[in-house]
Design a protein around this ligand. Structure first.
Ligand code: BGC
Length: 766
């Protein structure tokens, strides 16, 4: 038995060797062996012990360590989250082995959303790479570091498709597109779970938030979601399904209601769809305090009612509330909940523990105490090269007038802006296991790139925001996350202008602080805060070339700033190596290749704006404007930057699309090919995107939908032919009767380097 290496566990075993031998393996990691094992274990458990397994708690002020010790002793807790050091985790697992009757190991979870110790770009930035190999590497490194910290599970990936830039959580997902989000989610599940979540350096994933959380009305967090069954099935559900097909062991249930039913109380969602139709065998976990919230939703009359509804709707484990522990015993006693219903939920908890290998080795992700890192935050634990590689791939070049970029490594560069020297913001939200002092700010990255070849001047220029209420709001989450400069705005501005005047080029790093794009950080206005707009105006007025490096976690409306900038780079929150990666792009050591995973609106009034909309009966044609067509009279219809858009320092051309055949037989395939040529004088990567449009169907179909993409690298002058196989699955949609069908008829194939400019062909599905 491997786990005997833990001294404390060995000591515990001597107390009850026979039973523990029985409990701990080696057990083969097969479903059959697991089912037999769990059935047997369930028979040994009291009702209270079973109910204890359904409780997931966070270590913190509400649950101090002493209280947790008591819970462990009395088998009142099944899993722990928000603790991330081997010491702490080992101490709790030791308590299980020493104090509890059954010694059922705890599992340990955390929000490993875009890295653990090494912080990678926020998921929206990862999606902007369109590079599944790079994202798989992010998954592997994140899982490695998380497992090395003793964790067994991550609350990720978040695959909530969203068309809502007002919603702060767009930063945590992969944007507006179903196909791209599915690919990202699938890749992360496969790479984080590896061959088995039981492996030393794998963790189990818990895809979230099931379902439809990205469609909260008005982009206001936790708000209502209401949509047609067709849209839900076609656009919002496939990424969860893709993550589950990839084997995700967990599902986190959404906080919102969906068509009137809170997800936590939705037996259609959690049982009929998830279990019966999709055959999900893993565990469902409520989101933070969601069971209690059923009363506020107005579907449960009191705590008992909330608990009964949640468990009977299919919520296996409750996160961060004491409700299951407190009320399930009584509910079983009075017959409102059967012991069989408890057993079903507990079985899922025990199953995932088994799949995590915890019944073979409760310390499998911990190893012997002597192997613990001397310093949890040691530099040697980081994966900087991996972080830099993916960060530079995530950066999107939005504008480059007269080839302002790349900059020369000579002369004087003025680096200005409240985000230019921020080590905290560049990590983005959900990065608490990372250390700000280990991340590279843009200022540092630029200095690293230039060495003594050029002069770098710096001025902050403005606060992130001068709005006191917003400063206070942001600092509520994380003390000191917004550092307010004691100088007056005018003093800061004057210094910035004086600094800019001494330079050959201005690089202004502006946008949002990390806390502005987070859970519970919805905005009704998605522009750059006014303090920074004043700064941009003043910098522009110097007449120096102006490069804007955007740091933000959502699409921003920045029509004027786009006009003011000579070059515009979208860098998201790019992580530990962000500053170096941004400098790589600024100075041409890396040729940008990122593409937007979300449309950037011109104004908040255009929201929702997304590329795969329906045509309507009165589509607007700007070449023949007509009053009674679908448009705004005070603004353009189209976005500032479309989905899939991003420039390069080189240029690419596309040949006409070639179809392998004019028709596609029933359930057959057809290929669409295009030849891409790098017509510039630099090597570069780009993303070839294939969209389909069903010209006429029984219900209206989107003007285009992404159905394939390929990131390619081309040397200057080089050409490559890219072929997209199209099969019947790409043609299918949910019809008015909620049947998934592919209807015969004409399909347009559109291939381009963004969603707006494509070269087209067609075929007929027979
Ligand atoms: C969030 C989840 C997260 C959980 C645990 C909740 O508030 O909605 O996404 O996984 O907290 O941190």
């Amino acid at each position: 038995m491997k786990w005997i290496c833990s001294v404390s566990l060995a000591a515990a075993l001597t107390l009850q060797p026979a039973f523990a031998e029985d409990l701990f393996g080696p057990h083969p990691l097969t479903p059959e062996a697991r089912d037999a094992f769990v059935t047997n274990l369930l028979k040994k458990m009291t009702l209270d012990e079973k109910i204890g397994q359904l409780r997931l708690i966070s270590v913190g002020p509400d649950n101090p360590k002493e209280a947790i010790r008591e819970m462990i002793k009395h088998e009142q807790v099944g899993a722990i989250f928000n603790t991330v050091t081997r010491d702490n985790i080992r101490a709790m697992q030791d308590q299980v082995m020493q104090l509890s009757r059954l010694k059922i190991p705890l599992f340990f979870a955390y929000d490993v959303v875009h890295g653990q110790r090494t912080v990678f770009p926020i998921p929206l930035g990862l999606a902007a790479t369109w590079d599944l190999d790079a994202v798989a590497n992010v998954g592997r490194v994140s899982a490695y570091e998380a497992a090395d910290d003793g964790l067994n599970m991550t609350w990720a990936p978040m695959v909530d498709v969203t068309r809502e830039p007002r919603w702060g959580r767009v930063s945590e997902g992969f944007g507006e597109d179903t196909y791209l989000t599915s690919a990202m989610g699938r890749t992360l599940v496969e790479s984080m779970q590896g061959k088995s979540p039981a492996d030393r350096y794998s963790v189990m994933t818990s895809v979230k938030h099931f379902a439809g959380y990205g469609a909260v009305e008005g982009g206001r967090d936790y708000n209502t979601v209401d949509m047609s069954p067709q849209r839900l099935a076609q656009d919002y559900l496939p990424p969860y399904k893709a993550a589950l097909d990839a084997g995700s062991g967990g599902v986190m249930v959404a906080l919102n209601s969906l068509n009137g039913v809170p997800a936590t109380a939705d037996s259609w969602l959690l049982k009929d769809l998830l279990r019966d139709q999709w055959h999900f065998k893993g565990i469902t976990i409520s989101d933070h305090g969601a069971i209690k919230e059923l009363m506020k939703h107005g579907v449960a009359s009191d705590p008992q009612d909330a608990v009964r509804i949640a468990i009977q709707s299919g919520v296996n484990m409750s996160m961060s509330d004491e409700y299951y522990s407190k009320y399930l015993p009584g509910l079983v006693k009075n017959g409102a909940v059967s012991e069989k219903e408890i057993d079903d939920a507990v079985r899922h908890v025990l199953n995932v523990k088994y799949d995590m290998g915890l019944f073979n080795d409760p310390y499998s992700h911990l190893g012997p105490k002597e192997s613990d890192p001397v310093d949890t935050n040691a530099e040697s634990r980081l994966h900087r090269a991996d972080a830099r590689d993916v960060a530079r791939k995530s950066i999107v070049l939005l504008k480059n007038r007269l080839e302002t970029l790349p900059l020369k490594k000579s002369g004087t560069v003025a680096l200005i802006g409240p985000l230019a020297d921020s080590q905290r913001d560049i990590m983005g939200s959900w990065s608490a296991a990372g250390k700000a002092n280990q991340s590279v700010s843009v200022l540092q990255g630029v200095k690293n790139a230039l060495g003594d070849k050029a002069t770098v001047l710096y001025a902050k220029g403005a606060n992130i925001t001068d709005n006191k209420a917003i400063q206070d709001f942001l600092n509520q989450y994380e003390k000191g996350s917004v550092i307010v400069d004691p100088r007056t705005p005018k003093q800061m501005l004057d210094e910035a202008v004086a600094t800019a005047k001494k330079a050959d080029v201005i690089v202004a790093v502006v946008g949002e602080s990390q806390g502005m794009a987070h859970e519970a950080s919805s905005r009704s206005d998605i522009t750059i805060p006014p303090s920074q707009l004043t700064l941009i105006d003043a910098l522009k007025a110097t007449g120096k070339p102006l490069v804007l490096v955007m740091m933000n976690g959502r699409p921003l409306a920045m029509v004027k700033e786009n006009m003011q900038a000579d070059a515009l780079l979208e860098s998201w929150f790019s992580g530990t190596e962000g500053g170096n990666a941004i400098a790589d792009v600024l100075f041409g050591d890396y040729n940008p290749s990122g593409k937007l995973p979300m449309s950037f609106p011109r104004s908040v009034g255009q929201i929702p704006i997304y590329y795969n909309h329906l045509n309507t009966g009165r589509p607007y044609d700007f070449t023949r404007p007509n009053k009674y067509t679908s448009h705004y009279y005070d603004a353009a219809n189209g976005p500032l930057f479309p989905f899939g858009y991003g420039l390069s320092y080189t240029t690419f051309t596309l040949s006409p699309v070639k179809m392998s055949a004019a028709t596609m037989p029933r359930n057959g395939t057809v290929n669409a090919s295009v030849t891409v040529t790098n017509t510039g004088d630099r090597d570069g990567a780009t993303v070839v995107q294939m969209y389909l449009h069903d010209e006429m169907a029984s219900i209206s179909r989107p003007v285009k939908e992404l159905k394939g993409f390929k990131r390619i690298m081309l040397k200057a002058g080089e050409s490559q032919t890219v072929t997209f196989p199209i099969d019947v699955n790409a043609l299918k949609f949910w019809n008015a009767k909620m049947q998934q069908v592919a209807e015969p008829g004409k399909f347009n194939v559109m291939i381009g380097l963004d969603s707006a400019r494509t070269t087209d062909a067609e075929f007929t599905y027979l």
